[in-house]
Design a protein around this ligand. Structure first.
Ligand code: DGJ
Length: 529
C-alpha cells in the first residue's frame, strides 16, 4: 500500500473540541440528503434525480448499496451500480456516502442475498423465546459475519481501485439501524449459551478504565447490580443485562465487518441508530435492543474500536436533545437521517454551528419537492463553510433553531416577553429573541453567530433579533458598526452599512424574513465617565 496515497484519503482530524472530516486536505461539512431505500438500486431510476439533488443545494448524497446486489451469487461480485453511482456523482460534483445494507437494515436481514436468506442452517436466525425464528440473521452466526465482512471488504477494495484519486466516496455507513426487535435479547441457542457465561474481560476492563465518565444509564445499571467487575451478564448489569449483552455482540459483529472494509480502504465509517427509548416505559425490544443508542455508547466503543462514531437518525421532535446525547464523550455529530420538512431548514443551523456537525442529511431527499427552504439554508451555509470550519471546536460559535422548548424572555425593545435565549459569546452577553411565531409549514427562526473577534460577530439566519450586553457592568453596550453582506466561498463581501432605523441607532441586529448575513462590531463605554 502506498503511504502517500493513504495520507490523502478522506479522514477525520481533531480541531479543538471538534472532529472534522478532511477531504483533499480541506474540512468538508456534508450538507446532504439520504435517498429512499430503493432509489440507488437502479441507475436508470436515478437518472433524473441527480440534477434535482444539485439544485436542492446538496454537496453529498447518502446512497444505499446492498449486499443482495453486490454479491447476488456467493463470491461473484457485481459493482456495476457502485461504479455508475460514483460516475454520476462525479459528473454532478457531489460526494457520496455509501450505506452498506448488509446483514441488517432496520434490524431485519431483508437486504442479505438470497443465498444467505434461504440457508437458515448456515446462517441461523435470531430467535424469540420458544425457538421462534425472526426475520433477522443472528449476530451469533460466525458464518454470516464472515460472509458479510468478505463482501464489504470486496466493496471497499473496489472503491479504492476506482476512487482513491478522486475521493468521491468520503465515508461509509456500515449496516443500518441494527438491534433486535420484539425481544430484549436473541434467544437462539448460541445466544443463550453466551448469556449464561461470564461477561467478557475485554468489556469489563474497558468499562473499569472509564468508570468515572461512563454514560449515566450504564453507570446506574452497573452500580445498582453492585459494581461487580466479574460475573455473568445478569450479575453485572442486572436490569440492563439484555441490552448490554446485545449491544456487545452486535457491535462486535459490525466491527468485524468494518475492520475488514477498513483493511482495504480506511475511510471513516460509522454505525447509525434507530433511537430509543423514545418515551417513558419503552423497553429494549420495543426499539432495537443492542443498537448504537446513546446509552449504549460505552459498550459500542469498547466492542467496536474500528467504528469511528455513532450517528442518530433523528425523527423525534427533540432534535436538540438528541444532538446533545450524541455528542457525549467526544462522539462527533453525524445526522444521516432526519425529517425533511421545513424544520430541517432550521435544524441544520443548530447542528452545524452548535455541534460542529460532520453532516446533516434529511431522509428521502429524492422526493423533496422544490422549491424547498432547505436549499436557501444549504446555499448560505456552504458559502460560509470555510469560516464555519475555521471556528470549529473553539467555543466561539453557536447555532440555534426555534422549537417549542424555548421559553419567553424579557425583550428590552418591546418591554414585553419574546421567546428566545441568552448566552455568553466573545466578550459580550447575547440576547437572541425570535420574531417569528412557530407555525406548521413555516421555517422556524434559526441562525448562527460566530465571535470572529472578541468584539466582532458574524450573524447569519432569519427570524430573530440580536442585542448585546455586559450584565453587572456600569457600561452602555452598542453596535460600533454593522454591515450587511454575504460570503462567497468564505470571503466576506459587504454591501450596505446598516444604521439608523436599520439598527435602532446601533442597538439591535435585526434578522428579517429572508436568510441574511451581518457583521457587527460592538463596543462599550462607561456610564459615568
Ligand atoms: C429509517 C431507516 O433507517 C430508513 O432506511 C428508512 O427505512 C426510514 N426509516 C423510513 O422512514
Amino acid at each position: 500500500m502506498n503511504k502517500n496515497r493513504d495520507d490523502n484519503i478522506p479522514h477525520l482530524r481533531k480541531k479543538g473540541t471538534a472532529t472534522q472530516l478532511i477531504v483533499d486536505g480541506e474540512p468538508f461539512v456534508m450538507l446532504g440528503g439520504e435517498l429512499h431505500n430503493s432509489s440507488s438500486s437502479s441507475l436508470t431510476y436515478m437518472e433524473p434525480i441527480w440534477s434535482r439533488l444539485v439544485s436542492l443545494g446538496l454537496n453529498m448524497v447518502l446512497a444505499p448499496v446492498s449486499w443482495e446486489l453486490v454479491e447476488p451469487e456467493e463470491e461473484k461480485f457485481d459493482f456495476t451500480i457502485v461504479d455508475g453511482l460514483i460516475k454520476k456523482a462525479r459528473r454532478h460534483k457531489l460526494k457520496l456516502v455509501f450505506l452498506w445494507f448488509g446483514t441488517w437494515k432496520n434490524t431485519s436481514s431483508s437486504y442479505a442475498p438470497t443465498w444467505v436468506k434461504t440457508d437458515l442452517k448456515r446462517f441461523p436466525r435470531a430467535q424469540l423465546p420458544q425457538g421462534r425464528n425472526t426475520d433477522a440473521v443472528s449476530c451469533f452466526s460466525k458464518a454470516a459475519c464472515l460472509a458479510d465482512a468478505r463482501a464489504f471488504s470486496a466493496l471497499m477494495k473496489h472503491i479504492r481501485e476506482v476512487d482513491d484519486q478522486e475521493h468521491t466516496v468520503i465515508m461509509m455507513q456500515v449496516e443500518n439501524e441494527v438491534g433486535i426487535l420484539r425481544t430484549p435479547r436473541d434467544r437462539c441457542q448460541m445466544a443463550e449459551e453466551r448469556f449464561a457465561q461470564q461477561a467478557p474481560k475485554e468489556l469489563m476492563k474497558n468499562l473499569q478504565a472509564h468508570a468515572d465518565c461512563l454514560i449515566p444509564y450504564l453507570q446506574h445499571v452497573w452500580e445498582a447490580a453492585g459494581s461487580k467487575t466479574a460475573g455473568t451478564w445478569k450479575e453485572i448489569f442486572g436490569s440492563g443485562a439484555d441490552e448490554v449483552f446485545m449491544a456487545w455482540y452486535i457491535a462486535k459483529y459490525v466491527n468485524a465487518v468494518t475492520r475488514a472494509g477498513k483493511a482495504e480502504y480506511p475511510i471513516p465509517m460509522y454505525a447509525n441508530a434507530w433511537l430509543g427509548p423514545q418515551h417513558e416505559g419503552q423497553q429494549p425490544g420495543d426499539y432495537p435492543s443492542g443498537g448504537p443508542i446513546a446509552r449504549m455508547m460505552d459498550v459500542w466503543r469498547a466492542a467496536a474500536p474500528n467504528i469511528d462514531f455513532l450517528a442518530p437518525d433523528i425523527y423525534l421532535e427533540d432534535f436538540r436533545g438528541v444532538c446533545c446525547e450524541y455528542t457525549q464523550s467526544g462522539n462527533p455529530l453525524m445526522i444521516p437521517e432526519a425529517r425533511g420538512d421545513e424544520q430541517a431548514a432550521a435544524n441544520v443551523f443548530y447542528a452545524v454551528a452548535m455541534h460542529d456537525a460532520l453532516c446533516f442529511s434529511p431522509f428521502a431527499v429524492d422526493s423533496i419537492v422544490e422549491p424547498h427552504p432547505l436549499t436557501a439554508s444549504y446555499m448560505l451555509l456552504s458559502e460560509m463553510m470555510p469560516v464555519i470550519a475555521e471556528h470549529h471546536g473553539m467555543g466561539r460559535m453557536i447555532g440555534f433553531a426555534d422549537d417549542s422548548s424555548y421559553g419567553p424572555r424579557y425583550n428590552v425593545f418591546t418591554g414585553g416577553m419574546t421567546r428566545g435565549f441568552d448566552c455568553e459569546l466573545g466578550s459580550y452577553w447575547l440576547r437572541v429573541r425570535f420574531n417569528r411565531p412557530l407555525e406548521t409549514g413555516k421555517v422556524p427562526a434559526a441562525g448562527l453567530i460566530i465571535a470572529s473577534e472578541d468584539d466582532e460577530y458574524i450573524v447569519a439566519g432569519a427570524g430573530f433579533t440580536l442585542s448585546f450586553a455586559k450584565p453587572g457592568e456600569e457600561v452602555n453596550v452598542e453596535i460600533l458598526t454593522l454591515d450587511e453582506g454575504r460570503f462567497e466561498k468564505g470571503r466576506w463581501i459587504p454591501s450596505r452599512r446598516l444604521n439608523g432605523d436599520e439598527s435602532q441607532g446601533g442597538k439591535l441586529v435585526y434578522m428579517g424574513d429572508e436568510l441574511c448575513v451581518r457583521k457587527a462590531k460592538i463596543y462599550s463605554y462607561s456610564l459615568t465617565q
